[in-house]
Ligand binder design. Structure first.
Ligand code: ZN
Ligand code: ZN
Ligand code: FE
Length: 757
């Protein structure tokens, strides 16, 4: 029996070789009909024997091209038309387009083979790609996605490339960035005086420069990297010196997963994660005593490794290297540099040479960062390889909402229907470049989705630059979302679970509903509203912002709270090492309440303990004290390591005085920091778990959501997930969006949407 079906597919199905795939599949099953790109995705009509139609449906999902992502598929039976063939039809361009664009993906196997085959016309050509790989998001200025709206518009295709482009049986059929050495972009090298270096083979020359210990600024996909030979300790040191980056770990790129395994213990799962086409920087357990210089990741138990994703990177490794340091090229705290002129202007003090190309980067995009922990990949920075793929909500948003995120690690987001389009990592907004990037990202999301938001969601914090921007948009209604409510909503939204939840939100800082700084919060509620069930005892943060950079100040604040003036008699390095004048000044600030706002931030508790243990009294990068405290914990933590403290909770306020006293007692008795740090982690976790249990008793809710920047502490995170599950909780955790403020924009959308309903 002949039947005909119309199949509508929404998702990432354009520019990824979907139509030729459908064409081949239909032919192989003797089906007739057509396929075309529609304004939302792809529209297929197939006709043939009923069982072949069923095979077609199944194989569509199972065998689709690697970059395709199906979000929604619908089909209905329509009258038979008795076509003779299966054809690819011209695109349908009417109305607004909501077709999705693929993120940038690493070079595919087929292209890699061509890159390394001397007989191929693209042998050693650094800009080859096909419908299964290559740049997408970073080269587009608008939609619909075709060459005229990409930075490839400056490179008219040669005859050979054009032939591939128009041939439905070719891997490069409608591959918008298609290029070859005859018609495509090229690489050039410049020295720090911006003089062009004469070389017949820029790749070989780049290898020579790296081998001689030079620091190179290499223009990549979403911006510039600073690159040095990772085995050259002097070069790594020099990079630290010039970048003025004392201790924050550098990212590494290795030739392949086997090389990574020499430096890190990797599981099968992690090996796969390294090789996935999104190519994130993956945090992996470093092996002790490798031959990599200590200065790459001092005091960290992780190395952040990624595998090559661009042709030029493959070529560098093919020629010589095993491991390269590959860190974003930016001026301190500013976004990654994308433009060659800007690189000359700003990176000349950092790089010895510039390896540039002439394909413009239209969207800035950092490397993404991920880790595999508690059985899942967790994205910690969501950028290249993931953006602009949407996050899907359980329910449709009724209105189109723009969320402008927080202040640090900012991302913005735009919703339409069930989809939330999150921007790439924008970064800390406190400099003009970043703020410009923030505004551009908002414009670009609107261009990509061809929609104008009807509402703006922003943080309650009146001083966040994102909130201030929101308030300048006079014509649009604003919805203010409390920071930690947004964190909870974020983890609920990405799990498509809007049911009432107990939120354990462990964060650095966020503006509280009462105007104080919050950040150690047990919340109970849903997307619409939450109540504060319990919170860390608010303590003064002497010096405000300055105290975040100098954790010893918070150490004193916590000690004073636990010991009063007897604090000065404690036999602790933090007491001995502070200059008497500094100590007096700090005490006066605390006593007279000068510039000492109250904070319940969990990050500040970690700062305090890190400083009291003399691990990190002053920081050189964000959250360093907390990270180094965690790094002290060398092996998996056990429940029986907890200090015998009773939970002290007074009408919601959680006191850490008993815990602090135990920590101080251990320290004065010279218990090693490794042990104290482990016991601190377990005790804190157990206190929080006991609160979750009492919240469950009080409310009958047995679902817990974990969010907030502190959950990038995977010692704490993994322990809490395991223990909460053992206690019978259903635990919602972040995987697709970061637990830190990078996930706030998603939460803001979820809350705003719930409040609008
Ligand atoms: Zn390819
Ligand atoms: Zn060509
Ligand atoms: Fe936060």
């Amino acid at each position: 029996m002949q039947k005909r079906q119309q199949i509508r597919i929404d998702g990432i199905v354009q520019g990824v070789g979907f139509r030729p795939f459908v064409y081949r599949l239909a032919k192989s099953l003797q089906l007739t009909g057509s396929v075309l790109n529609s304004n939302t995705g792809v529209l297929i009509e197939v006709e043939g024997a009923g069982e072949n139609l069923a095979h077609f449906q199944n194989r569509l999902r199972q065998e689709m091209p690697p970059l395709a992502q199906i979000l929604e598929i619908s089909n209905r039976e329509i009258p038979v038309k008795n076509d003779e063939r299966f054809v690819i039809l011209q695109s349908e361009h009417k109305g607004e387009s909501s077709a999705l664009i693929s993120p940038d993906m690493s070079l595919c196997e087929d292209c890699l083979n061509e890159l390394l085959s001397p007989a191929d016309r693209r042998f050693r050509y650094a800009f080859l790609n096909c419908t299964n790989c290559g740049p997408r998001f970073t080269i587009i200025s608008g939609i619909p996605y075709d060459r005229a709206k990409t930075s490839m518009k400056d490179f008219p295709m040669c005859d050979s490339c054009r032939k591939e482009y128009h041939d439905p049986t070719d891997r490069r059929f409608h591959a918008q960035p298609n290029a070859c050495p005859v018609c495509g972009p090229q690489i050039q090298i410049y020295d720090r005086e911006h003089r062009r270096v004469n070389t017949a083979d820029p790749i070989k020359h780049t290898v020579t420069l790296l081998r001689s210990g030079r620091i190179l600024a290499i223009r990549g996909l979403g911006g510039f990297h600073l690159v040095v030979d990772a085995k050259n300790a002097q070069a790594v040191e020099l990079l630290r010196e010039r970048k003025n980056r004392a201790e924050k770990p550098f990212a590494l790129m290795a030739a392949n997963a086997d090389v990574v395994e020499k430096y890190c213990k990797i599981t099968h799962r992690e090996r796969e994660a390294l090789q996935q086409q999104t190519r994130p920087i993956l945090l992996l357990q470093a092996r002790p005593n490798t031959n990599l210089p200590k200065s790459i990741a001092p005091k960290s138990k992780y190395f952040g490794f990624m595998l090559p994703y661009l042709p030029i990177q493959h070529l560098l490794f093919y020629e010589d290297f095993q491991v390269l340091v590959m860190t974003s090229a930016n001026i301190t705290d500013e976004p990654i540099v994308i433009n060659t002129e800007k690189a000359f202007e700003h990176l000349s003090g950092l790089a010895d040479y510039f390896v540039v190309h002439n394909r413009e980067i239209l969207q800035r995009c950092d490397d993404s960062i991920a880790i595999i922990v508690a059985g899942q990949q967790r994205i910690l920075r969501r950028s290249r390889g993931y953006v602009p793929a949407p996050v899907i909500l359980k329910n449709e948003t009724k209105a189109c909402i723009l969320a402008v995120g927080a202040e640090l690690k900012n991302t913005v987001a735009l919703s339409t229907g069930k989809r939330v389009m999150l921007s790439q990592h924008i970064g800390d907004l406190d400099n003009p470049e970043a703020l410009k990037f923030f505004k551009e990202s908002i414009d670009h999301l609107q261009t990509l989705l061809e929609i104008k938001p009807q509402h703006i969601a922003c943080d309650k914090h009146p001083e966040y630059l994102s909130s201030k921007w929101a308030y300048e948009q006079f014509l649009m209604p604003k919805i203010e979302v409390q920071h930690h409510h947004a964190h909870l909503a974020s983890v609920m939204a990405e799990n498509e679970n809007p049911r009432k939840t107990i939120g354990i939100i462990l964060d650095g800082t966020g503006y509280g509903a009462d105007g104080n700084i919050w950040g150690g919060e047990i919340l109970v509620g849903d997307l619409k509203s939450v109540a504060r069930y319990a919170w860390f005892e608010p303590l003064p943060l002497p010096g405000g912002e300055a105290a975040i950079k100098e954790p010893w100040r918070m150490g004193i604040s916590y000690l004073r709270n636990a010991f009063g003036s007897a604090m000065l008699t404690l036999d602790l390095p933090i007491i001995h090492n502070i200059q008497p004048a500094e100590m007096t000044l700090l005490q006066q600030m605390l006593e007279k309440d000068i510039n000492s706002p109250l904070t319940s931030g969990c990050g500040r508790l970690f700062d305090a303990v890190s400083a009291i243990l003399d691990i990190c009294p002053r920081i050189t990068y964000e959250a360093q004290a907390a990270i180094e405290l965690e790094m002290m914990v060398k092996t998996a933590i056990q429940r029986n390591q907890a200090y015998p403290v009773r939970m002290e909770q007074n009408s919601g306020v959680i006191s850490f005085v008993p815990l602090l006293r135990e920590v101080v007692n251990d320290k004065t008795q010279n218990v090693p920091n490794e042990q104290i740090a482990a016991r601190f982690h377990v005790t804190l976790a157990e206190i929080l778990i006991s609160l979750a249990i009492s919240a469950r008793k009080d409310t009958g809710i047995s679902q817990v959501g974990l969010s907030g920047g502190v959950f990038q502490n995977f010692t704490l995170f993994k322990y809490m997930v395991d223990r909460l599950r053992a206690e019978g909780f259903q635990v919602l955790t972040h995987a697709k969006v970061p637990p830190n403020d990078g996930g706030i924009s998603l939460g803001q959308i979820a809350v705003a949407n719930a409040q609008l309903q």
